[in-house]
Design a protein around this ligand. Structure first.
Ligand SMILES: Cc1cc2nc3c(=O)[nH]c(=O)nc-3n(C[C@H](O)[C@H](O)[C@H](O)COP(=O)(O)OP(=O)(O)OC[C@H]3O[C@@H](n4cnc5c(N)ncnc54)[C@H](O)[C@@H]3O)c2cc1C
Length: 294
């Protein structure tokens, strides 16, 4: 099917984009990488009267590092994160996760911020934003505001972004130095969305879990941070039994739906296995739990 007719505008500045959305926001859609929006247009599940293309707005493709955070402009592509140009645990996590986001042509165009704006329950970046405590930065007619990830996701394909607002960037706190990261995903084919996936960012202090964040992908209609599992781990020695208990807690925190190829119980089990696998990798060789790989 071809898209329904729409007007198209490619502003040269953010001010211009904001002004257009102030006037025609409710009938408009912002276009970033187009890797999700164009499919909606083609199937006519979305019929906006106007597309506001951000791709000519300068300065939105930059990755800016500061001591405590990393700032991704609204047009930072998945592929830029696949070869993140800095070295710290967050960059490691970007590099581990990015190859699972679609396939190379999608990663060349699709954007990190667009993924958060689209809010697909199986989107890896949405869970990464939750796990790391990202803030989504917006501009609209009322000015600027920043929304923490845990207030951003309102449901499947629903966010806190107003119809007259646009995402200008995302700020992600850098995990504590020395943190280790791990990501694991279960999907049907190489190009499929995740049936389930998990990520762990963890720092050991004196052999104990000093700090940990666990993100779950496609575990509910919104991305989840497994806070109960984090609580079980914090301050403890990472024995195989502890990792298994934390993984079971994480699976219990999930609320997956039945999918055609994977009933909810199967996906909950998979989440537990993936969390245990990530934890074993993050704590290192000494406590690797072979049972976590089954
Ligand atoms: C075959 C295929 C496989 C895929 N596999 C995966 C996968 O495994 N994992 C995954 O996470 N994703 C996957 N995707 C989706 C892909 O990651 C998209 O790139 C991403 O979800 C949306 O980013 P985008 O920049 O392309 O946004 P667009 O398609 O341009 O926009 C998507 C939505 O977000 C809104 N939006 C975008 N940017 C902004 C902004 N700055 N401000 C306000 N609203 C904005 C748009 O209005 C639209 O509603 C896949 C896509 C395809 C086609």
């Amino acid at each position: 099917m071809k898209p329904a007719q729409f007007d198209y505008l490619a502003p040269d500045s953010l001010d211009e984009a904001v002004a257009v959305l102030a006037e025609r926001g409710p009938e408009s859609r912002v276009l970033a990488g187009g890797q999700s929006l164009l499919i909606e247009l083609r199937y006519r599940t979305s019929r906006p009267a106007l597309l506001v293309d951000l791709n000519r707005v300068p300065g939105l493709s930059e990755i800016v590092l500061s001591d405590n955070s990393v700032h991704l402009g609204a047009l930072v592509r998945h592929a830029q994160l696949e070869r993140a140009p800095f070295d710290d645990p967050l960059a490691d996590l970007f590099r581990q996760v990015a190859p699972y986001v679609g396939h190379p042509p999608i990663r060349a165009r699709g954007t990190f911020a667009g993924s958060l704006a689209w809010a697909h329950p199986a989107a890896e970046w949405c869970a990464l934003a939750m796990a790391t405590g990202a803030e989504i930065e917006l501009r609209g007619p009322a000015g600027r505001r920043a929304v923490p990830a845990d207030a951003w996701f309102r449901g499947a394909f629903a966010t806190a972004c107003g119809p007259d607002e646009l995402v200008t960037g995302v700020r992600l706190p850098r995990p504590p130095a020395g943190s280790r990261v791990a990501f694991a995903e279960h999907r049907r084919t190489h190009a499929s969305f995740a049936l389930a996936a998990a990520m762990v960012v963890l720092r050991l202090t004196g052999g104990r879990v000093g700090w940990v964040r666990i993100g779950l992908v496609n575990a509910a209609d919104v991305p989840l941070r497994a806070v109960e599992a984090e609580r079980v781990l914090t301050g403890e020695l990472p024995s195989p039994e502890l990792l298994a208990e934390a993984a079971a807690r994480a699976a219990a925190e999930a609320d997956p739906a039945d999918e055609p190829h994977a009933p909810a119980a199967y996906r909950r089990h998979a989440l537990g296995v993936l969390v245990r696998r990530c934890l074993a990798r993050a704590v290192g060789d000494g406590t690797h739990d072979p049972a976590g790989d089954s």
